[in-house]
Design a protein around this ligand. Structure first.
Ligand code: ZN
Ligand code: ZN
Length: 218
């Protein structure tokens, strides 16, 4: 994952050159998130008030503001300048210990969750106008989807131009990521109550003097 961030020219340059953004106002850690039901609880309670099973985690020693940016920059610098074939990322991992991951940072975590939270933290630490713009844009994709009518071959594109941070692609049994993404964006056939009425066919139908429902003959 470090390589993915590193290989993005804009993101790498932003990390290497960004001044540190001003620290956000310190807030007393007043809540903890239940790992079982994800409910937020007050620090004064030991047991989750919602599910009564989740327990308050140990208080994480907060990572100082700017540490993640610094450690990421250090790792990038090593990747560029070092003759060694490997980078020691232990300090970088340490700077990620309070990102709020589901499991401890040293344990196996969901990689998309990790990436999301890492970029979120980076967004807070990266200053400078173009650098912060780059981080905000990082990994945004254009999501376009289609509604497919059951009766005809027409497709109606939905929400083109809406930018989302990420979207899920089911890669099972697709062989390549490219095929999996094509499949994920291929459109959704809606039937039953949620079936879509094709606007194109309705318009043509009306233009042909249709008006009434049912395909009455000449
Ligand atoms: Zn709970
Ligand atoms: Zn149609």
């Amino acid at each position: 994952m470090l390589q993915h961030l590193f290989l993005d020219d804009a993101l790498r340059n932003a990390v290497l050159t960004a001044p540190l953004a001003p620290a956000p106002p310190a807030k007393g850690d007043e809540t903890w998130k239940c790992s079982i039901c994800t409910c937020d609880n007050d620090w004064s309670v030991r047991c989750c008030v919602a599910c009564e099973t989740g327990e308050r985690p140990d208080k994480e020693d907060p990572v100082p503001h700017g540490d993640l940016l610094l450690q990421l920059r250090r790792a990038f610098r090593f990747m560029m300048d070092s003759d060694l074939q490997a980078v020691d990322t232990s300090l970088l991992v340490e700077a990620c210990r309070d990102l709020g991951l589901h499991f401890r940072v040293t344990a196996q975590n969901d990689s998309s969750e990790f990436l999301d939270k890492l970029l979120e933290r980076l967004e807070r630490e990266v200053g400078g106008s173009w650098q912060s713009g780059v981080v905000k844009q990082a990994l945004r994709v254009r999501v376009s989807s289609q509604l497919v009518s059951a009766e005809c071959p027409h497709r109606k594109p939905v929400n083109p131009g809406v930018f989302e941070k990420s979207f899920k692609v089911n890669v099972e049994r697709h062989g390549t990521l490219e095929r999996a993404m094509a499949e994920a964006l291929a459109g959704e056939l809606l039937t039953g109550d949620s079936r879509v009425e094709c606007e194109q066919c309705t318009a043509e139908h009306q233009a042909n003097g249709g008006g009434g429902a049912g395909g009455g003959g000449q």
